[in-house]
Design a protein around this ligand. Structure first.
Ligand code: SAH
Length: 255
């Protein structure tokens, strides 16, 4: 077996614990069409191949791609050498829905999650390992200090669960921080009842100044707040639930 040296700038921290690898793969419930991001040396891949119907990988590192092609002959045309953030997701499975799995490169965690949000009508489920701090933030509920933009936006379309914590000692090289596995499952929301663009704008604007009350932090929207309930105006964004953010957006944009 060829030695592949982990490249830190690609967020490469290879998982070395087979039980955890199995547990991650077992956490994925819908396995008909599955995309793995960043397969590295295939620690998850080997459990995904026999349990999925239609399986693909997107991996940015050519050395890892070579390694996977040599060691997993059955993959042949299923590896896309490229950047998850740039490839066309529609074409992957001919416009069909799919699940996403991976020990995600930590340097682009937020970008991956925003891309999931943008592709919520294509991505039904996500099981992913993140830096624990990111995982905590994503699943956080209102009232928590870590509750933020991604928690609100994603919870509008996904049910989210914190599954388990993973020690940094089971990676080579070990990252500085702990990791955690979370699962996102698509809820049945198709339409928020308000333009999604407005909802995103309100959430982002409010959290942009997260210490301030909404009366102040929503000013950059340059919208009148006269139809907004008084109770919202003295709150800070972290005190507002996803449903109230939707309501607030409706009140601001009068829909
Ligand atoms: N799944 C493997 C590797 C995890 S490390 C394991 O658990 O051991 C993260 C992997 O993501 C690396 O293989 C890295 O090359 C790959 N990667 C980094 N940025 C990427 C991107 N933008 N698109 C696809 N893969 C990426």
């Amino acid at each position: 077996m060829k030695e592949v040296k982990a490249k830190k700038f690609l967020g490469q921290h290879f998982l070395t614990d087979e039980n955890i690898a199995k547990r991650i793969v077992d956490s994925l419930q819908t396995k008909s069409k599955v995309l793995e991001i960043g397969a590295g040396m295939g620690v998850l891949t080997k459990y995904l191949i026999p349990t999925t119907e239609d399986f693909k990988i997107v991996e940015i590192d050519s050395e890892s791609v070579d390694y996977l092609n040599v060691n997993f002959k059955q993959l042949n045309s299923k590896i896309i050498e490229g950047d998850f953030l740039k490839i066309s997701l529609n074409e992957l499975f001919n416009n069909e829905h799919f699940s996403l799995i991976g020990n995600f490169p930590y340097n682009i965690s937020n970008l991956i999650l925003f891309r999931v949000f943008e592709n919520k009508f294509l991505i039904d489920e996500v099981v992913g390992m993140f830096q624990k701090e990111v995982a905590d933030r994503v699943v956080a509920k209102e009232g928590s200090k870590t509750y933020g933009i991604l928690s609100v936006l994603l919870s509008a379309f996904y049910n989210m669960e914190y599954l388990f914590t993973v020690s940094n000692q089971v990676f080579s090289p070990p990252p500085k921080v702990q990791s955690a596995v979370i699962r996102l499952q698509r809820n049945n929301v198709i339409d928020l009842g308000v333009k999604e663009e407005y909802f995103v704008r309100v959430v982002k604007t409010a959290f942009n100044q997260r210490r301030k009350m909404l009366r102040q932090s929503l000013k950059p929207l340059q919208m009148s707040l006269e139809n907004v309930e008084e109770r919202f105006l003295t709150l800070r964004p972290e005190q507002i639930s996803k449903d109230d953010f939707i309501l607030l957006t409706k009140q601001i944009y009068n829909v």
